[in-house]
Write a protein that binds this ligand. Structure first.
Ligand code: PGA
Length: 255
């Protein structure tokens, strides 16, 4: 399969931003700007904004996603939301393993795997985030970290379900810092992730897998990153909160 057969995914990660009103306004502003996109367009919003986002996105090509979900279907997990609660709201996409969750909320490789299984089990697609810290990069451990994170995240995930898994390579040092990985570094990491998927599954699964780059992607640097052969889209934080900026990235992915 050549790269043109993989549909790029441009996903906004709104993090803990926007009220319900702000959500509706941003999605209504964004919808006409991305209506001709030749890639998948998604916005991953806070739990409390999901239904407002679904309402505003109705009739558009914008997919609404969540930013996390618990692995259990229900139970004594105060503050958590399950995959079936998301699907009941009509949600079909969820992010797991974002570095902010790993850093601040005790997310481990093992819990990322459990959450991924829950998301897939509920029939949703999943963006699984991986990426090295600055220390790990400086110590030349990037590929080792990616191997550990990708292998653990995909443990016991069957090949047939990999079409609903998107891996987001997000070097931690590039997130929200304005420092982007060079297109070459990002390409090298995404290529390695594809190689790992080939090792864990087979060549066909690896070629079909969609791998995003994330970390200070914006309207200016998107084109160069997105033209790399192993980068199939982006997970965008800061720049996804501005309709024009985000739609320019969607435009770059649609070329
Ligand atoms: P950023 O965030 O684009 O603001 O760097 C990316 C992310 O955290 O997914």
């Amino acid at each position: 399969m050549d790269r043109s057969k993989r549909t790029p995914v441009i996903a906004g990660n709104w993090k803990m931003n926007k009220s319900r009103t702000g959500t509706k306004l941003l999605i209504r502003e964004l919808a006409p700007l991305v209506s001709n996109a030749r890639c998948n367009v998604a916005v991953c919003v806070p739990f409390t904004d999901l239904d407002a986002a679904m309402d505003a996105a109705r009739g558009s090509n914008i997919i609404v996603g969540a930013q996390n979900c618990h692995w259990a279907d229900n139970g004594a997990f105060t503050g958590e939301v399950s995959a079936s609660m998301l699907t009941e709201t009509g949600i079909s996409l969820c992010v797991v393993g974002h570095s902010e969750r790993r850093q601040y909320f005790g997310e481990t490789d093992e819990t990322v795997n459990q959450r991924l299984k829950a998301v897939l089990g509920a029939g949703m697609a999943c963006i699984v985030c991986v990426g090295e810290t600055l220390d790990e990069r400086v110590m030349d451990k990037t590929l080792g970290v990616l191997r550990r994170q990708v292998t653990a995240a995909l443990k016991d995930i069957p090949a047939e379900e990999m079409n609903r898994v998107i891996i987001a390579y997000e070097p931690v040092w590039a997130i929200g810092t304005g420092k982007t990985a060079t297109a070459q570094d990002a390409q090298e990491a995404c290529k390695f992730i594809r190689f790992l998927i080939g090792e864990l599954y087979d060549a066909k699964t690896a070629e079909a897998a969609r791998i995003q780059y994330g970390g200070s992607m914006n309207a200016k640097n998107a084109a160069e990153l997105l033209e790399q052969p192993d980068i199939d889209g982006g997970l965008i934080g800061g720049a996804s909160l501005k309709a024009r900026e985000f739609s320019a990235i969607v435009g770059a992915a649609s070329k």
